[in-house]
Write a protein that binds this ligand. Structure first.
Ligand code: ADP
Length: 449
């Protein structure tokens, strides 16, 4: 059993991992930038190490500083959280070369899934259904035009190294293709240092349905159903729920088994998410995330499992604590992402929190690193809290969400809370009738200012 682990992250996800470790009797080391000296994860961990200045590239992304922090504190393993180094295969390799354990998948699996073309090829070979599109990368505009003439418009040009919704451009027609192709390429080059792009058929009314998978790294794997993350702004998730309002038990069992078998086949280790677009009863793979997702708590709520403790278990070489048959859905869960942003344009609003009160009561979970007087630094992501509610069914979860949002107090900065109050008034949200474009349309008509 590990005695001490280091968390290479900050904010709510660092607290999430500290909590899981503490319940397992494992000591924790927080790392932080100079801007985060007063952050909650630093206060809550057993030990902390300052690893650099505010800029992420010199602190949370600094591999030598993080390895040195492990050596100084005697931490035996590193949990990367999400974002930062969590999907950096080179980091995993370095961690392992130093005799430390990476709490996550192998460097090889991260590398395969981090390149979206290789990921798609791998999944296709494993029998996972994919979005129709180019076989591999598309190098020239001429190739792009020929392919699109074949698959038909609209299409989406995507960066093979992409992530976070960047490097993606939609072309509705042949005339739009040139611009979409060239901008996607230059955005990809600027954001990821790799301008390779590929092309997919653009699905017009899909839902974003993702399957949570978990493997022991030795050929056993399970699925923990789906999350519907269709409510998105600029390809970024805003609200997530599980189970998906439109997914039947048969569909879940079928796509879940395909995903679990794929993970078993490659001996995948730890938590992963296989993302699909879902349209007219069909699933189309878009990418796999080889880490814990921001929205993992909705899955934890309905299955009653602790995914972080499970990650730590399998990283130690222990078997998973559940089998597929143990995993039975109980009720419905919804998460909303609360960002320090000002509506209607979602401009980041870092600043000092003058008053904070987290909601509570039955079925309410608040994952947040806020506290009274905390000053949100301007250097990092604007996510400040995740509010997760669990009810016996979707209707009670929605009622509980409204109740919990009403109890929440975050004063001193603007937040996205008013958005959720407004969304809960919508019939489509109440009935679960939305796709990946619903929120953008709604924002255009309702929040124009
Ligand atoms: P990223 O890694 O940048 O998050 P993804 O491939 O996961 O990119 O896609 C993010 C979002 O973009 C999806 O949830 C969906 O809303 C949209 N999207 C991606 N591919 C397609 C497609 N082929 N058709 C329609 N929408 C798409």
């Amino acid at each position: 059993m590990f005695e001490k682990i280091l968390i290479a992250n900050r904010g709510e996800i660092a607290l999430r991992v500290i909590r899981a470790a503490r319940e397992m009797g494992i000591k924790t080391v927080a790392v932080h930038s100079t801007a985060d000296a007063d952050a909650m994860h630093v206060r809550m961990a057993d030990e902390s190490v300052c690893i650099g200045p505010p800029s992420s590239s010199e602190s949370y992304l600094s591999i030598p500083s993080i390895i040195a922090a492990c050596e100084v504190t005697g931490a035996q393993a590193i949990h990367p959280g999400y974002g930062f180094l969590s999907e950096n295969a080179n980091f995993v390799q370095i961690v392992e070369d130093h005799g430390l354990t990476f709490i996550g998948p192998s460097a090889e699996h991260i590398r395969i899934m981090g390149d979206k073309i290789t990921a798609k090829d791998t999944m296709k070979a494993l029998g996972v259904p994919c979005v129709p599109g180019s076989e591999g990368g598309v190098a020239t505009l001429k190739q792009a035009q020929a392919l699109c003439a074949e698959i038909g418009f609209p299409v989406i040009v995507k960066a093979t190294a992409g992530g976070g919704g960047r490097g993606m451009k939609v072309a509705q027609s042949a005339t739009e293709l040139e611009k979409a192709f060239l901008t996607a390429r230059s955005e990809a080059k600027a954001a990821f240092g790799n301008d390779e792009v590929y092309i997919e058929k653009y699905l017009t009314t899909p839902r974003h349905i993702e399957i949570q998978v978990f493997g022991d790294g030795k050929g056993r794997a399970v699925h923990l159903g789906e999350r519907d993350c269709s409510l998105q702004r600029r390809h970024q998730k805003v609200l997530e729920e599980a189970p998906g309002p439109c997914i039947t038990a048969e569909e879940r069992a079928r796509i879940g088994k395909i995903c679990a078998d794929a993970c078993a086949n490659i001996q995948y280790r730890g938590a992963g998410t296989i993302e699909f677009l879902y349209e007219k009863g069909e699933f189309f793979f878009i990418e796999m995330n080889t880490r814990l997702q921001v929205e993992h708590p909705v899955t934890e709520a309905i299955f009653g499992v602790d995914l972080v403790q499970e990650q730590i278990r399998v990283a130690e070489g222990l078997p998973m604590s559940f089998t597929q048959d143990d995993l039975i859905i109980n009720g419905h869960a919804i998460e909303v992402r609360i960002n320090a942003e000002k509506l209607p344009d979602f401009a980041p609003r870092p600043g000092r929190i003058t008053q904070f009160h987290a909601p509570g009561g039955l079925g309410v979970r608040m994952d947040s690193a806020l506290y009274d007087g905390y000053k949100i630094p301007p250097y990092y992501d604007s996510l400040i809290a995740k509010l997760i509610v669990h009810g016996k069914d979707r209707h009670s979860a929605l009622r509980r969400l409204a109740r919990a949002l009403g109890e929440l107090i975050v004063d001193g900065v603007d937040t996205t809370v008013p958005l959720f109050h407004a969304l809960l008034q919508e019939d489509d949200i109440q009935s679960g009738n939305y796709n990946i474009h619903w929120l953008e349309h709604w924002l255009e008509t309702n929040l124009r200012d």
